[in-house]
Design a protein around this ligand. Structure first.
Ligand code: NAD
Ligand code: MG
Length: 348
């Protein structure tokens, strides 16, 4: 005997992303704001002025990727139990991608899952991390290896927060914006070439267009069984650089910038992209002060490191390659030598 459980339509996890000044947020339930000292020092008052709820708990985690771990999750869960939160309570992630990933993960497991809202405060988290429902933490085996898909019920990306971002953090966000444009939207790329993202309206437009792209990809492939992997453009090479430099030399977005330049060079060699198109991407990245070169010390070791990436299958590496500008190809059939030829051009 077989019994079917039809779960296709039980929950609709659709939500809206508001790219605008934060509106008044009123809730009839307990709310916990999860943040860190950097963000709360700069912006907590701004948020609290707009937030109304029967109880507002502020949970402050230490600032830094190194705290994206179980201990911080325990801190959040402990605070929720102490304050007698329940299944109808709400979490608000208030910070960059680190806070967003952890708050979402805590929300996904607290009493088997409660609602949460993303209020991303970095450019990278506004255009990328806050959208799409990937949540999680790092452990000693690697980054983001433990987590859950748990969509927020809303995302509020307020450009106001971006004014206090350090320039390198800003540029790191631009790298992910360029990523979306190169892989999915040629018009957006051309627009970026002439845009000035130091102008608030143009920045908001860039955030909106990036979010639209990511949202469309996630809508087609929420659990990354196919297309969503295209958003790892630049990341296959970038992750190796992050590893080799122990996550200390570069910000993630900076390694994505270098990684895109590497991927482009491979795409040009394979005839997927024109050299002039690769040049345009590089120029755009450089305009925002992003690094576009990395001296590989050992090309064999660099190649072997691709296999440590959790996003690669066991025996093949999937390269995300631009197809001209605005298109993307995922290729697992690139011969080792073709890749090595490219890596050798990055040894000085
Ligand atoms: P982050 O959260 O560490 O923020 C960077 C720094 O900026 C931190 O020191 C933070 O305190 C500070 N900051 C935040 N807002 C600020 C503001 N308005 N003004 C001044 N300083 C501010 O890093 P990030 O780049 O936002 O996010 C990176 C994280 O996001 C990584 O852990 C990555 O794995 C994750 N991520 C997740 C997804 C996803 O789909 N879930 C996608 C991309 C990245
Ligand atoms: Mg990234």
């Amino acid at each position: 005997m077989t019994v079917d459980i039809d779960l296709k339509k039980t929950v609709d996890t659709s939500y809206k992303i508001y790219i605008d000044a934060l509106p008044a947020l009123t809730f009839d339930k307990k709310v916990a704001v999860v943040t860190n000292p950097t963000v709360s020092g700069l912006h907590l008052d701004y948020l609290l002025e707009r937030l109304e709820a029967p109880a507002v708990e502020v949970i402050t985690l230490p600032d830094g990727e190194q705290y994206k771990n179980w201990e911080s999750i325990e801190t959040v869960l402990g605070a929720l139990f102490e304050a007698r939160f329940n299944r109808s309570s709400l979490l608000i992630a208030f910070g960059g991608g680190v806070i967003g990933d952890m708050t979402g993960f805590a929300a996904s497991i607290f009493q088997r899952g409660i609602d949460f809202i993303q209020i991303p405060t970095t450019l990278l988290s506004q255009v990328d991390a806050s959208v799409g429902g990937k949540t999680g933490i790092n452990n000693r085996y690697g980054k983001n290896l433990v987590g859950a898909f748990h969509q927020p019920i809303a995302v509020y990306a307020d450009p106001h927060f971006l004014a206090t971002l350090p320039p390198r953090e800003f540029a790191a966000g631009v790298a992910e914006i360029v990523k979306m444009a190169v892989t999915f939207d040629a018009d957006f790329f051309a627009w970026l070439e002439t845009a000035d993202l130091s102008k608030p309206e143009q920045l908001a437009e860039a955030v909106a267009r990036s979010v639209k792209t990511k949202a469309a990809v996630v809508a087609q492939d929420e659990k990354e069984r196919g297309l969503r992997a295209a958003l790892n453009y630049g990341h296959t090479f970038g992750h190796v650089i992050e590893n080799e430099t122990n996550y200390t030399t570069y910000l993630h977005g900076e390694t994505v910038a270098i990684g895109m330049v590497m991927a482009n060079r491979l795409a040009v060699a394979l005839g997927l992209m024109e050299a002039t198109e690769a040049e345009r991407v590089e120029q755009l990245l450089q305009r925002y002060g992003l690094p576009v070169r990395y001296a590989i010390a050992d090309v064999d070791a660099f190649y072997e490191a691709f296999f440590l990436d959790k996003k690669s299958g066991d025996n093949s590496i999937t390269f995300i390659l631009p197809q001209h500008l605005g298109g993307v190809e995922m290729r697992s059939d690139i011969p080792r030598e073709a890749v090595m030829d490219i890596l050798r051009t990055f040894t000085e």
